[in-house]
Design a protein around this ligand. Structure first.
Ligand SMILES: [Zn+2]
Length: 413
């Protein structure tokens, strides 16, 4: 009798753990843009991939149970949507008549659970399944948390980080193939745990957290790159790690800590990719004539904001605002622009080595495509991409440095 009771207990515990139920809600259409909507009880780990033969998208929802199995015929350009379960995972496959551009699913918290949206676009110009690389940009601190403060220079970390984040956002936003997402768009307070949760909810391909430091010794200066480790690699990294606290995870959130032990392979890959991304950004910082380096190698620290299971994550300390030189550099637009540029070029070099079939960052001839914005001048575009102005002029046959908003220019980097 007792043994049965234990069995029942274990069984119901198992049920409780895997009770995240997945359901297909429906499809919304507007001007050849489609939103496939699903519902979940809590945020899930979703592995999303596309294929070209046949044209299809596969969404694997880890540790979920399907409300019911289905195979539903759809209207052009979608052929059908079907589901099946394997182990504790649910798989949704969407088949198409033509290739589409798609975005990795978004998980949006609502009052009674999670709304999952898969967005698609369909037009004749799309020749193969394509999607943008999603770059999560996290401006450190904000709102009631100013971060480091240097009274002598009248500067707060939260302001510097947002300005750099916006600068990086702008370059990525206007470059084909990238979709930047700002974790914080204004001077608002966001819990550390909500920051990496946002990367999960937006299906971020990478996560970059931007910070600036302060230290009791005003002579200490320079930038540094960190990736996550439970065992911090240096004492200074350790003392930095201690500054962060305050947990904010709710019932709808995904438990990254638990997931790391469940999916060790995924986590190993994330660590390796974080180091690769960190090195690429550091390589660019080394070339930046404005910025002195505080650490010449990628450092490890227990920064909770970087702890996602599978999203390669790095943190940049862009300088010490307690140091006059660094404070001045980060208060000026050129200095901040150089940090944003190193981040952009590092990110771009990272994706260059990790080009997935459905990315379209580079065109067939190996160029990036940048769309000129109002107020842009060629010399500034050249600085942002780290190329000589003449390269852009020659490649794009530009006369008298005349460019216009909406013009699409090719850049070789
Ligand atoms: Zn900070």
């Amino acid at each position: 009798m007792k043994r049965n009771l234990v069995a029942i207990l274990i069984f119901s515990l198992h049920q409780a753990v895997f009770s995240n139920q997945l359901d297909f809600v429906g499809i919304g259409e507007k001007n050849k843009s489609y939103n496939l909507e699903f519902s979940l009880e809590k945020t899930a780990l979703i592995v999303a991939q596309s294929f070209n033969s046949p044209f299809s998208i596969s969404l694997e929802f880890k540790e979920t149970s399907l409300k019911e199995d289905f195979d539903l015929k759809q209207n052009y350009p979608i052929k059908n949507i079907k589901s099946y379960s394997s182990d504790n995972n649910s798989i949704i496959e969407i088949f198409f008549y033509d290739p589409v551009s798609w975005q990795k699913p978004q998980q949006i918290k609502t009052e009674n659970g999670i709304k999952v949206l898969l967005s698609l676009d369909h037009n004749k110009e799309i020749k193969k399944m394509t999607r943008e690389a999603i770059v999560m940009i996290d401006a450190g601190h904000g709102g009631r948390d100013p971060g480091a403060i240097a009274k002598s220079h009248n500067v707060m970390e939260k302001d510097i980080t947002l300005l750099i984040a916006n600068e990086l956002f702008r370059t990525l936003e206007d470059t084909d193939g990238y979709k930047p997402v700002l974790v914080r768009e204004d001077d608002s307070f966001i819990y550390l745990d909500q920051r990496y949760q946002k990367a999960r909810q937006n299906s971020g391909d990478i996560f970059v957290s931007i910070h600036a430091d302060a230290f009791s010794l005003p002579s200490v200066k320079g930038a540094a790159i960190y990736i996550w480790s439970e065992e911090a690699s240096s004492n200074s990294a350790k003392s930095l790690s201690k500054k962060v606290s305050s947990v904010r995870v709710d019932e709808f959130d995904f438990d990254e800590d638990l997931a790391r032990s469940k999916y060790p392979m995924m986590y190993e890959k994330k660590k390796e990719k974080s180091l690769q991304l960190g090195k690429k950004i550091l390589d660019q910082l080394k070339r930046d004539p404005y910025t002195h380096l505080h650490k010449k190698r990628v450092e490890y620290a227990d920064f909770r904001v970087l702890k996602s299971l599978d999203v390669p994550s790095v943190l940049i300390e862009s300088g010490f605002i307690s140091n006059s030189e660094d404070a001045e550099r980060l208060q000026g637009k050129p200095g901040r622009r150089m940090i944003a540029r190193s981040l952009f070029l590092g990110i771009n070099n990272y994706f260059k080595e990790n080009l997935e079939d459905d990315f379209f960052i580079y065109d067939a001839e190996g160029y990036l495509t940048y769309t000129v914005q109002r107020g842009d001048v060629l010399s500034e575009i050249a600085i942002r991409f780290g190329v000589p102005v003449m390269d852009i002029i020659n490649t794009n046959l530009i006369r008298d440095e005349a460019i216009f908003p909406g013009q699409r220019i090719k850049i070789k980097i």
